[in-house]
Design a protein around this ligand. Structure first.
Ligand SMILES: [Zn+2]
Length: 469
């Protein structure tokens, strides 16, 4: 029984872990690497046809984005995911393929002019359609028996709709082990979705630690703070631009803005809010469909009263590229929520180009910004940035609300791991920048755990817990 780390090892993106048992190999997640780590995307560090099946923790691209590549490279097994994840993954992977097709088209124009040969996208829409055929819908808390010696169960991770931790029950010869993969662990009291579910036992734990070195600011007064930023910016004639992950974060923001309008926390509650991301619009529809089943208690109560927690007067979804462009020429101060969340692609880059240099505007960051991304550069205080080959001055107010992240902070992570009845044999700390992974592992060691931050491509024997290579 072996466990290998093919991604999210001392980095935040590219989650991909491989279990080897009874001559069989399978994956937990097959995510895309983003930002500084993107270099690895083009290749899979294993033979795709040797993988029997995949268990997917949630729909975010850094956990799911290389599935179409896996299928393209002759993977023929099943992909197990919760029902909401199966729905979300369809729109997310199609969006991902579309972005790659567009990027490749643009790159090939350049290559042609330079006399170089053309390149192919990592995968295309057809590869995504093929991938979706492999999906097997699972319920939370249902024990799924893949074969006699391999069983697993999804439990709610409270991160985005459909997100799960995985309890994996393995048996090889006479040795039985239970391994828990945390997936992305949600923040407590996030709007709309439930809190993370806690687990009691494990021999090994593979846990994320994105914010393993940070305590999120207490967000009880947060809605007022957001209202103040919106009020100040709109009153001085500026736009509020919010780069946001299309799935999860955007729906949470809509909830907060509805509260602001309902409680009249700004001088003019009639302000307009544009969600300028077709993916976010589709994801909001999917959230809407499933809220009664998967929403938290408060959400269910609102729904019973006929209130949709994500909708309010003045909310508009822009679909066409022309509608999106028109936003930049309409002078009415407004709130624009757009993707991608780390400003690496998508329509947000146009909005940054048109608003970053205007000192009356405000850019609010509401989620994790990986090293090397445009979002991180702006958040870290760059005086100017290059967007579409043009130098743009950073004069707008930059507001850091990244504590709103859909990831638990250090306290949330410790609460999650301390909820186990017994300390596991070993904890593998993943999904965090190098220094954060080391720091969180040492925090756990100080608390009496045996924790390490594994290296990319390393393999551990799960009988002994020791490093194989
Ligand atoms: Zn995630």
């Amino acid at each position: 029984m072996k466990l290998s780390f093919f991604g999210a090892a001392r980095e935040v993106t590219g989650s991909c872990y491989c279990i080897e048992i009874n001559e069989k190999k399978f994956l937990i997640d097959c995510g895309m690497q983003q930002g500084e780590d993107e270099k690895e995307n083009q290749k899979l560090p294993f033979d795709a046809s040797s993988i029997s099946f995949v268990i997917l923790t949630h729909a975010h691209i850094d956990h799911s984005g290389r599935l179409p590549l896996l299928v393209k490279k002759d993977f023929s097994g099943k992909i197990y995911a919760t029902l909401p994840t199966c729905k979300l993954i369809s729109i997310m992977l199609k969006d991902s393929a579309h972005i790659q097709e567009m990027d490749t088209k643009w790159e090939n124009k350049r290559r042609k002019r330079a006399g170089k040969s053309e390149i192919l996208p990592l995968y295309n829409t057809e590869d995504v359609e093929n991938t979706l055929k492999h999906l097997i819908k699972c319920s939370y808390n249902e024990l799924i028996e893949i074969e006699n010696n391999i069983k697993f169960r999804f439990v709610d991770a409270g991160h985005i709709l459909g997100s799960a931790s995985v309890e994996l029950f393995l048996k090889e010869h006479s040795v039985s082990k239970k391994i828990v993969f945390s997936g992305d662990i949600g923040n407590i009291d996030q709007p709309i979705i439930k809190d993370p579910q806690y687990i009691d036992l494990a021999n090994y734990i593979v846990m994320e630690a994105t914010y393993g070195d940070r305590i999120h600011k207490d967000n009880t007064g947060f809605i007022k703070e957001l209202a103040n930023v919106i009020d100040k910016t709109l009153n001085r004639g500026g736009n509020v631009i919010i780069p946001s992950f299309a799935v999860g974060r955007t729906q949470g923001l809509l909830y907060y803005i509805r509260e602001i309008k309902k409680n009249k926390l700004v001088s003019n509650i009639n302000f307009e809010v544009y969600v300028d991301s077709p993916l976010a619009a589709e994801a909001t529809d999917l959230y809407d469909d499933d809220l009664f089943t998967y929403g938290d208690k408060e959400t269910k109560e609102m729904l019973k009263k006929g209130i949709n927690p994500m909708l309010f007067p003045g909310l508009k979804f822009t679909h066409s590229a022309d509608d999106s462009k028109a936003l930049n020429f309409d002078l009415t101060p407004k709130v624009i929520i757009s993707s991608s969340g780390m400003c690496e692609g998508g329509r947000i880059r146009h909005h940054l180009k048109h608003n970053l240099w205007r000192e009356e505007c405000t850019i609010i960051f509401v989620g994790y910004q990986a090293k090397g991304t445009l979002g991180r550069m702006i958040l870290d205080g760059a005086k100017s940035v290059t967007i579409f080959g043009e130098e743009i001055a950073v004069r707008a107010d930059i507001v850091d609300f990244t504590f709103l992240s859909a990831h638990a902070d250090r306290n949330g992570l410790l609460k999650w791991i301390n909820s186990f009845d017994k300390k596991p044999e070993k904890v593998f700390v993943t999904h965090a920048e190098n220094s954060v992974a080391e720091k969180f592992a040492s925090t756990l060691n100080d608390l009496g755990f045996k924790a390490i931050a594994p290296l990319y491509m390393s393999t551990y024997d799960l009988d002994s817990g020791e490093l194989v290579k």
